[in-house]
Design a protein around this ligand. Sequence first.
Ligand SMILES: Nc1nc2c(ncn2[C@@H]2O[C@H](COP(=O)(O)OP(=O)(O)O)[C@@H](O)[C@H]2O)c(=O)[nH]1
Ligand SMILES: [Mg+2]
Length: 218
Amino acid sequence: MKIPVVRNILEVNDRIADQNRAIFESSNLFVINLMSSPGAGKTSLLEKTIEKLKDRLSIGVIEGDIQCSFDAERIAKAGVAVTQINTDGACHLDGNMIREAMNQFDLSALDLLIVENVGNLVCPAEFKVGENVKAMILSVTEGDDKPLKYPLMFQESSALVINKIDLLPYVDAKIETIRDNVAKLNKDMAIFEVSCKTGEGIDEWIAWLEKQVDQAKK
Ligand SMILES: Nc1nc2c(ncn2[C@@H]2O[C@H](COP(=O)(O)OP(=O)(O)O)[C@@H](O)[C@H]2O)c(=O)[nH]1
Ligand SMILES: [Mg+2]
């Protein structure tokens, strides 16, 4: 009995996400859905991304959290429009929540909308929200086996940002092992090695993101 119910929820969500997608497209707006486990560095990467891109692109951010608005406050400080969604216990964002939040922006004035999903390496990968692409972060402190343990997110995402490389000397994770494991799941994944702390590797990520936005606008 439960399986059809789950499938139903995903189908309804897909329909709403497709409607969101159509609205974003009519506003000529590129949307990225950023996912990771809690603490991998989503908000830190957003802060760096905003710093580098806000003079070139008009950026909006939707922050998803179970509760509180700490991340939205950090993003507001970075100087772009932000809306917070509190999921009240739900472990992912869905199309409906995004529909509510996107109405808070003047979408036609934006070039890039970044959705920071709820910190979770499983559920967010199952729910489309109307994004052009999904991207994810894995920090080196989480271990190099995570692609094989949580394959769906790695399969669904177009880009992987390996964060906290400044900590590599202190952890057992190996970048090569992460890359080998990802290659077994998603050969097309763009992979970036970065440190949001030192700024290393951020420019390559920015170049990829800018290219995605440009290509979508053509
Ligand atoms: N050493 C180090 N710490 C980082 C890096 N990126 C983020 N952090 C720290 O990791 C913690 C979680 O980061 P945050 O951006 O809030 O992660 P989120 O929960 O995925 O949004 C914070 O204390 C950050 O300062 C990094 O590249 N290196
Ligand atoms: Mg965050």
